[in-house]
Design a protein around this ligand. Structure first.
Ligand code: MN
Length: 241
């Protein structure tokens, strides 16, 4: 490719990025994540690693995505080589996995959770849809009460894990948490199964460089970068299931 062609291509990619402001895995692309099969690949971040500064710092994003997430992808592919789940989609793997397959549990969860997490963050300010807003008010009383309860779930994870906003089978919203890299799609393992539409990684690797032991500061910073357009799209997708 010559320089002129490269500039033209780069320009087109820029247009595509503007046309898809909610980033990777918006709408159909989240279905692509769930439908994907081995060998799994590390998805690119849908924004620059430093784009979430000062709320989430660039070095944390680089290590979190380029080292931690990359390792989950590699280890998942390795573990699947000798597994009966090898030919299954990521959605099928997550719903079938049990405590008897710890490498697939930890790395399959790690790959899904992080792929989702990157798409749930945004450098630009977004707002939830009117429908999601009223569902949150109906379920939790108010937006503040929701954030309080979600934050309590995140603070309450002992050691490493995730806090989640999920859509339950009947369409109701609920807040839950999971240890390590488990998630609510793991029907055999989650205390409250459902479809995640918002998740917060509270492993120390997600915040220690900037916030050290102050997990509440990290949770407060997280609210500044939530991609509510994406959460709203996932809510619609979950209701259609
Ligand atoms: Mn993580």
């Amino acid at each position: 490719m010559n320089k002129r062609e490269f500039i033209k291509l780069a320009g087109l990619a820029g247009v595509a990025a503007i046309a898809n402001p909610s980033g990777l895995f918006a709408g159909e692309q989240h279905k692509d994540l769930l439908a994907a099969k081995a060998p799994f690949e590390l998805p690119p971040l849908p924004y620059a690693a430093g784009a979430l500064e000062p709320n989430i710092d660039q070095l944390t994003m680089e290590i979190h995505h380029g080292k931690h997430h990359a390792a989950y992808v590699k280890n998942l592919n390795d573990a699947l080589k000798s597994s009966p789940l090898a030919s299954k989609s990521l959605a099928q793997i997550l719903s079938a996995v049990t405590a008897a397959a710890p490498a697939i549990r930890n790395n399959g969860g790690g790959h899904y959770n992080h792929s989702l997490f990157w798409s749930l963050l945004s450098p630009t300010k977004t707002a939830p849809s009117a429908k999601l807003k009223s569902a949150i008010t109906a379920a939790f009383g108010s937006d503040e009460a929701f954030r309080q309860k979600f934050g309590d779930a995140a603070k309450g994870v002992f050691g490493s894990g995730w806090a989640w906003l999920i859509v339950k089978k009947g369409g109701q919203l609920a807040i839950t948490s999971t240890p390590n890299q488990d998630n609510p799609l793991m029907t055999h393992l989650a205390k409250e199964p459902g479809t995640p539409i918002l998740g917060l990684d509270v492993w120390e690797h997600a915040y220690y460089l900037k916030h050290q032991n102050k997990r509440p500061d990290y949770i407060a910073a997280f609210w500044n970068v939530v991609n509510w357009e994406k959460v709203s799209a996932l809510y619609e997708e979950a209701l259609r299931k």
